[in-house]
Design a protein around this ligand. Structure first.
Ligand SMILES: [Zn+2]
Length: 280
């Protein structure tokens, strides 16, 4: 069952955005089945998530997105579990969303390269005007947009694979579910947006990097099968052990927050700081 979500201030883009959210959920369904295979996946699971034991965490993340699973302790309704909400940024957003404090979505859209961004500690994903200039989803599912592999690295046409509205929404929803676990501009290592950067991340950081999920879902949906081996040069990521995966799944984390009334995720070593403005 999918939770109810809201789309705000999107005017004539509203029907298109509803379709795009539907297309994102449709794209995730086959990825859930593929992720259950772990290392047996033919669509880049090992390159992007490194080891078989990551599959439970990845499946739980994909299920959370596909059902728009509500989360607690988020503004502006901290006491109420809330699914992701979608809002188109405009000149008046700062007045409409006073809980963003000094962060003005319109300014963020104007002065960054973001197509969309998740506002930390809130339920809101903001869509910038440039989001709507991206194509909704690849119309070519024959694998023509799949990156190749040369010298154990992906060829640089990679963004043709995953820069679509559908997959960008998925990226922002991963930020929503990871909260402070997410890699960002202020973490070490920083968030990785390119495929080679995703492969070079260690197993734990891979689970905390939204583009890793975004690219994986695109790989599955478009039937891509070529991927580098993360244990070989130039990557050298060692084969992980189960103990390096976060022991908590996303549902459990929410239960802890509900019980303790605190966001214990902020103790994570990969925490971004409260100063992070926006995560795109
Ligand atoms: Zn991001």
């Amino acid at each position: 069952m999918r939770s109810e979500y809201h789309i705000e201030n999107c005017r004539h883009q509203l029907p298109r955005l509803i379709d795009t959210i539907d297309s994102a959920i449709a794209a995730i369904r086959p990825a859930i089945e593929d992720a259950k295979l772990g290392h047996e996946s033919r669509h880049g699971f090992r390159a992007l998530f490194k080891f078989d034991g990551a599959k439970d965490y990845v499946v739980d993340m994909l299920l959370a997105i596909a059902t728009l699973r509500p989360k607690r302790a988020l503004e502006p309704w901290p006491l109420q579990p809330t699914p992701p909400q979608f809002a188109c940024a405009n000149k008046n957003s700062r007045n409409i969303y006073p809980f963003l404090d000094d962060h003005d979505p319109w300014q963020i859209c104007q002065f960054s390269a973001f197509a969309a961004f998740y506002a930390p500690d809130t339920s809101y994903i903001f869509l910038c005007p440039r989001f709507f200039f991206y194509p909704v989803v690849s119309q070519d599912m024959t694998g023509r947009n799949c990156p190749g592999v040369l010298a154990n690295q992906w060829t640089p046409n990679e963004r043709n694979l995953y820069e679509y509205q559908t997959y960008i929404l998925i990226h922002e929803m991963v930020h929503f579910y990871l909260q402070t676990h997410s890699l960002s501009g202020v973490t070490i290592p920083p968030e990785q947006y390119g495929l080679d950067g995703c492969v070079a991340l260690n197993p734990l950081n891979s689970l905390h990097n939204p583009t890793s999920y975004q690219a994986y879902i695109a790989m599955v949906q478009q039937g891509c099968v070529q991927a580098p081996d993360p244990t070989r040069p130039p990557y050298h990521v060692p084969d992980g052990h189960v103990s390096t995966v976060p022991g908590l799944n996303i549902t459990y984390m929410d239960e802890q927050i509900a019980q303790n009334g605190t966001d214990f995720l902020s103790t994570d070593e990969n925490s971004s700081t409260a100063a992070s403005v926006a995560t795109a």
